[in-house]
Structure formats: structure tokens, C-alpha cells
Design a protein around this ligand. Structure first.
Ligand code: GLC
Length: 539
């Protein structure tokens, strides 16, 4: 690899892979994935070309929200293993030249966290103001109209101390009061604990929620609300999220990270682009990567996606490094959103765009959302709004490793049912099949790693229409690549008036196209994408 890559940091040139630990690999037969299981699969991740692993929360937790309700920030839940296992994991990840990113949930704790137990014990407890406590309105009503993301009011009445506390998510997840200096210090200490242990970065949960309006004003009504939407969307969270003061907090976290070598943070932020980019911070002293969820949130239409890429590229601050995400544990899987054939095109898009790609476990073998019968639903979001089909369980099912009993995930009974098609869709089979999704992912990653133009090169849009989008990537002094993606199921024809070129197809979603020479134009089948190395550009 040429020197040009040396000018960039690992989180800029690398590929991130998200593991949902409950569902990745069980090692002790209890049906729930664990750290030993992850250890066992590190070679697989290395083989695939993954550079950094982000693991969803593994801390002690009553599991009301499957680990996003933390009762001890500096421990490991026995379900997942021990601190010793964790130290081994870091060691083994680093031995493979990979990085480890921890999920940090600073917005709220579990209601079983000792901080909250103290806070709720009496009104004059020193930790009372570590959380957001409020009296009822004079008429006895709720302090304001804020709603919980998981349904119902955001306020919960505490009988004993006769006040409400605020929870943006479950009532078992009380929000911390980030305006309190001691809360800030306590959480920065948590970060220090893990940084000292060697973690390379954090994915900060719901970063845009961390500070609320000082006056706790009512949120306005959402005029575009429709019945199929989550009840939370009845209001626009104008005063409960994305407050200007959040940036001071992010800056403090950044400052701490910068006092260590080569550490980073990703911010989980669901906001429109113009607001999202403010999380890079003034002078780039905010989040390294505010997660860009456009490929998850937007309709899968070539023109829409092409415009969104350009808008995002245009909105990035100087030195702001882009990133792209196709799926995570909160969203339907890409295969279920666009179909298995189109998911190949999506993979090519993710891994050829400029910016750090994040792959959600299982997407690399085309895992799909698994229908979970009503009586088996576990996700609180699904349970609380049963008529809206909002359960996140379908995208959290066990990883499909092989065709053996329980897909090689566990020797016991998996905590969530497996896709019944696992005997046809699994890692072992796909490793041997040159046409598989897995090998497509692996080859895309390899190409990305080997070609500076794809790792760090400029992005230039070429054209888009109702079916396809095309762009080029080039790093100075390196070959230029033209990427053409057919986002529709019908054939499409690429003959741009703006670009005259000759090139060779180096990678295609249909490998039959590889090696063919392209001169000026190319026709693609439905659901097809190609990466062309340009050999001659006229004009
Ligand atoms: C984030 C997590 C999600 C969790 C929520 C509350 O959005 O990704 O899984 O339920 O925060 O912590």
C-alpha cells in the first residue's frame, strides 16, 4: 500500500464491524453470545478484512433494553464473561492489528444503577440532581409533554419522594442530568477506565439526547405524524434533544480522548445532515465520526441516494471525515429493505463511498429480518407498541455460521430464534462459493484496502437517473475508479455525455463481468453494480 494511506488514521482507512454480542457466538451453551464466543470468531473477522470491531454493551445490566440499561459502567455482565475475558479480547484484537470500540451509554443508566438508587432514595440525597427530577405541574399534571421513544410519557412518578423523573427510553432507563458537573466527571472517569484498559474508541449511544432544554419546555406537535409511526413521533423533540450545550459535553469527551494516543469516538445521532455535521464540533474538536444514517433512513432510489451523497459531501466541515452505515441493531436489515439481489449493490455502494463504512454483523452473508412470533417478542420497543411492527428482534437473530444444529451459534437454545433458512445461508457455505454475498464483501474490502483511490481518494459524482448512480474515486497519483450502480431491478444503460473513458471492470456484483473492457458505455442487468478501473480518460 502506498504512503498516502499513512497520512490517515486507522478509523479513516478502516472498516468497522458491529457485533451484537448476544447474537454473535455463544461459547457456554446458555443460548446467549459471549466474549469467549467473539474471541473464537476473531480469525473470521480478520479473514474478512475488518479493521475495527464495535461491540454493543456488555456491562452488568438488568437487560430491560438488552444492555442499554447499564447498572455498572466498569464491569462485565456475567452472561458475557469477566473482565479477564475482556482483557484477553483486547489483547487478541490488537494481536490481529484490529481495534476495539466499546459502546458507551452516557445519556441514561439503569434504574438499578447505584447512582439512581441513591438519587431516588430521598429528595436531599447528594445524588438527587444527578437525574432529572421535577414536580408535577400546579394542576397536578405531568411536568411537560415529552414522550418516551419506547412509547408513553417520558415521565415516571416516584411514590416515595413524590416527584417525576425523566426517561427518554424505558422507565428503567432514567436520564442522567448532564448539566451536573459531578455527572460529567463520573462519566469521564468511566471513559478513562476503559481507555486505560486499552480500548481504541467509543460509540456514544444517543449522543444528541444528552442535554435537555434548561426550562424543559413542551415539545411542539409534529404536523406530519401518521398512525403507523411510533407514538414518540407525535411530537418534534425540539426541546428534549439536540440542545446547543451538548457540544460542550462532546468537546470534553474529545479532549479526554485526545489525551491518549490514537483513540476515537463515534456518535449515534439521528438528525438531518445540516444538524448532524455540527457534531464534528468547532475546529473538528467534537465526534470523530457522527454516524451518518442516510443509507438507512432514505428510500432506496438512485436519485434520492445520489443527491444525499452530494449533500453530505458538501455539508462536511473542513477535515470532517465521512462515514456510512447500512444497518444496525435498531433497524431492519438491508436485505429485508431492498431485497437480497439489491443488497449486493448496497454492499458495493457502502464499500466504495468516501468515508468509513460500518457493517452490521450478518449483513455480509445477507441475513434477513426473521419473523418473531408474538409470544416470542423480546424487544421492549416491540412489546410496548405491539400493533406497529416496531420490534427490533428480527434484525438481532443469531449469526448463521454453518448448517449444524443452531447454525453453530450455540449448543443450547438460542435466546432468539434463528432464521429457518440458515442451512442455506451461512458463513461456512458462503466461504466456498465465489458468487456468495460473503465473498463479495470480502473482495470489496480487499479492493478498498489495496487501492488508495478507494480508501482515501476524492469522490466525484458523474451522473444519476431514476435507476442508477455513478461516481468516481481517485487519490492523487493513483488509478481512477468509476463505480456504476443499478439501484433498480431492470436493466439500465450508462452512457454519460460528461465522461469519455476506457476501463476494465475489476469487481462486479455479477463476477461474469469482471475483466471486461468498457469503452464509453456499459449496460447493466437489474441489481447490478460494477467497479471500473479507468485506463484512459479523454476530455
Ligand atoms: C440507542 C441504541 C438502542 C437503545 C437506545 C437506548 O438508540 O442503539 O438499541 O435502545 O439507544 O439506549
Amino acid at each position: 500500500m502506498s504512503e498516502i494511506k499513512n497520512d490517515y488514521l486507522w478509523w479513516q482507512t478502516g472498516v468497522v464491524y458491529q457485533i451484537y454480542p448476544r447474537s454473535f457466538q455463544d461459547s457456554n451453551g446458555d443460548g446467549i453470545g459471549d466474549l469467549q464466543g467473539i474471541l473464537k470468531r476473531l480469525d473470521y473477522l480478520q479473514w474478512m478484512g475488518v479493521d475495527a470491531v464495535w461491540i454493543s454493551p456488555i456491562y452488568p445490566s438488568p437487560m430491560a433494553d438488552f444492555g442499554y440499561d447499564i447498572s455498572d459502567y466498569t464491569g462485565i455482565h456475567p452472561l458475557f464473561g469477566s473482565l479477564d475475558d475482556f482483557d484477553r479480547l483486547i489483547q487478541e484484537v490488537h494481536a490481529r492489528k484490529m481495534k476495539l470500540i466499546l459502546d458507551l451509554v452516557p445519556n441514561h443508566t439503569s434504574d438499578q444503577h447505584p447512582w439512581f438508587l441513591e438519587s431516588r432514595s430521598s429528595r436531599d440525597n447528594p445524588k438527587r440532581d444527578w437525574y432529572i427530577w421535577k414536580n408535577p405541574r400546579p394542576d397536578g399534571g405531568l411536568p411537560n409533554n415529552w414522550l418516551s421513544v419506547f412509547g408513553g410519557s417520558g415521565w415516571e412518578w416516584d411514590e416515595k419522594t413524590e416527584q417525576y423523573y425523566y426517561h427518554a427510553f424505558l422507565k428503567e432507563q432514567p436520564d442522567l442530568n448532564w448539566r451536573h458537573p459531578e455527572v460529567q466527571q463520573a462519566m469521564l472517569n468511566v471513559m478513562r477506565f476503559w481507555l486505560d484498559r486499552g480500548v481504541d474508541g467509543f460509540r456514544i449511544d444517543v449522543m444528541w439526547h444528552m442535554i435537555k432544554d434548561l426550562q424543559l419546555r413542551d415539545n411542539p406537535v409534529n404536523p406530519d405524524y401518521q398512525n403507523h409511526m411510533a407514538t414518540y413521533e407525535q411530537l418534534l423533540p425540539v426541546y428534549s434533544t439536540d440542545q446547543p450545550e451538548v457540544h460542550e459535553i462532546v468537546q470534553k469527551m474529545r479532549k479526554l480522548l485526545d489525551s491518549y494516543t490514537d483513540r476515537m469516538m463515534i456518535g449515534e445521532i439521528y438528525l438531518p445532515i445540516h444538524k448532524l455535521v455540527t457534531y464534528y464540533g468547532i475546529d473538528g474538536k467534537g465526534a470523530h465520526l457522527p454516524f451518518n444514517f442516510q443509507l438507512i433512513s432514505l428510500p432506496w432510489e438512485a436519485k434520492v441516494i445520489a443527491a444525499a451523497i452530494d449533500q453530505y459531501e458538501g455539508a462536511l466541515p473542513a477535515n470532517g471525515w465521512p462515514n456510512w452505515v447500512l444497518g444496525n441493531h435498531d433497524q431492519p436489515r438491508i436485505t429485508s429493505r431492498v431485497g437480497i439481489q439489491q443488497a449486493r449493490v448496497a454492499a458495493m455502494l457502502l464499500l466504495t463511498l468516501r468515508g468509513t463504512p460500518t457493517i452490521y454483523y450478518g449483513d455480509e452473508i445477507g441475513m434477513r429480518d426473521v419473523p418473531i412470533p408474538f409470544q416470542e417478542v423480546q424487544d421492549p420497543q416491540g412489546l410496548n407498541m405491539p400493533d406497529k411492527n416496531l420490534s427490533r428482534d428480527p434484525a438481532r437473530t443469531p449469526m448463521q455460521w454453518d448448517a449444524s444444529l443452531q447454525a453453530g451459534f450455540t449448543e443450547g437454545k438460542p435466546w432468539l430464534r434463528l432464521d429457518r433458512a440458515f442451512q442455506r445461508t451461512n458463513v461456512q457455505l458462503q466461504k466456498e462459493d465465489p458468487y456468495s454475498m460473503l465473498l463479495l464483501y470480502k473482495r470489496l474490502i480487499d479492493l478498498r484496502h489495496n487501492e488508495p483511490s478507494l480508501t482515501v481518494g476524492d469522490y466525484t459524482p458523474v451522473c444519476s437517473d431514476n435507476q442508477m448512480l455513478a461516481f468516481t474515486r481517485q487519490a492523487e497519483g493513483h488509478p481512477k475508479f468509476l463505480i456504476i450502480l443499478n439501484l433498480s431491478h431492470r436493466p439500465c444503460y450508462f452512457k454519460p455525455s460528461t465522461l469519455t473513458f476506457t476501463g476494465t471492470v475489476v469487481l462486479a456484483t455479477s463476477p461474469e463481468l469482471e475483466g471486461s473492457v468498457v469503452d464509453e458505455s456499459i449496460s447493466l442487468s437489474g441489481d447490478e453494480g460494477v467497479i471500473i478501473r479507468i485506463t484512459d480518460t479523454r476530455l
